[in-house]
Design a protein around this ligand. Structure first.
Ligand SMILES: [Zn+2]
Ligand SMILES: [Zn+2]
Length: 295
């Protein structure tokens, strides 16, 4: 990481902070000190401090401890895999009766997500908390019908290619797209299936020109052939996709739990070499816990 990595974008429409960038399972330890071991959670703030939280991995625990009182929290779950929901029972605002917490998920998954949340916050996994469950609001999102946040920004949902009906989110304000978030998404550039190609083209159009794209980079290209159908992309695939989207900054995300800090550095370097070779102006970093960006 170089000093300019901490100041990749300017403008002041959104502020982002990464609280967890790891995929699959928390992976603390000496090998992951710099990029971090907590699983997926990203805080997005509008210029009016509206609070949007993308996924509820273990990173959401620390976020919950730092939040100012009273601000409603809108938690958007891409899907129900454990690395994206396991932090929810440890999100302190759930236990603050003065604060509204809204959980948003795919419309088709609203019932099962509600049941999952109830399970996570009930015996035998957790002490009985009926008052918390009564206050917790789980809402389904219909693709093509964005969620309005206080009339100042919107969250759009698009289908990802990932087992378990996962989503890609795009957060907009009146000026357009601000950030796109696709933590679990199999781009599958090796596929010749017309449906896959059409899906990817549609997603490219939906995310065209986005200033910040946070994208699944679980694998290396060498690992891809033995992991097709697992629902993830390589870092180089994410880079190619970001260039096709004409994104401003690619933030590699959902790091493999076995990936060391030094291996992450090498992956970022490899992606930057692809960008340079392609003559693109895309910038590439890998998310780390504590990374803050201004869009
Ligand atoms: Zn995941
Ligand atoms: Zn997943």
């Amino acid at each position: 990481m170089s000093p300019e990595d901490t100041l990749p974008t300017r403008g002041g429409r959104f502020r982002l902070r990464c609280w967890g960038a790891r995929g699959t399972v928390p992976s603390p330890g000496q090998r992951t000190v710099r990029y971090g071991g907590n699983t997926a959670c990203v805080e997005v703030r509008s210029v009016h401090e509206d609070l949007i939280i993308l996924d509820a991995g273990t990173g959401i625990r620390t976020l919950g401890q730092r939040l100012e009182p009273n601000t409603p929290a809108h938690v958007f779950l891409t899907h129900r895999h454990s690395d994206h929901v396991i932090g929810l029972p440890h999100f302190a605002p759930l236990f603050d009766s003065s604060r509204a917490v809204h959980v948003h998920c795919g419309n088709a998954d609203a019932g099962t997500t509600r049941a999952l949340v109830d399970t996570l916050l009930s015996p035998p996994l957790f002490p009985p908390l009926p008052s918390v469950l009564d206050r917790l609001n789980v809402q389904g999102i219909v693709d093509g019908a964005p969620v309005d946040i206080e009339g100042r920004c919107t969250v759009h949902r698009f289908p990802a290619r990932h087992p378990g009906e996962a989503a890609v989110f795009r957060v907009d304000d009146a000026k357009g797209a601000g950030v796109a978030y696709a933590p679990d998404n199999e781009l599958d550039y090796a596929s010749t299936d017309a449906d896959v190609i059409a899906w990817r083209r549609g997603l490219t159009l939906a995310l065209h020109g986005v200033p910040v794209l946070m994208h699944d980079a679980t694998y290396t290209d060498q690992e891809l052939p033995t992991h097709r159908g697992w629902g993830h992309s390589s870092a180089l695939e994410a880079t190619r996709f970001a260039m096709e989207c004409v994104a401003g900054l690619l933030v590699l995300f959902h790091h493999h739990p076995d990936r060391s800090d030094e291996q992450m550095d090498a992956i970022v370097q490899e992606c930057r070499e692809l960008v340079a070779y392609s003559g693109s102006s895309l910038r590439v970093i890998a998310a780390w816990e504590g990374l803050t960006l201004t869009v």
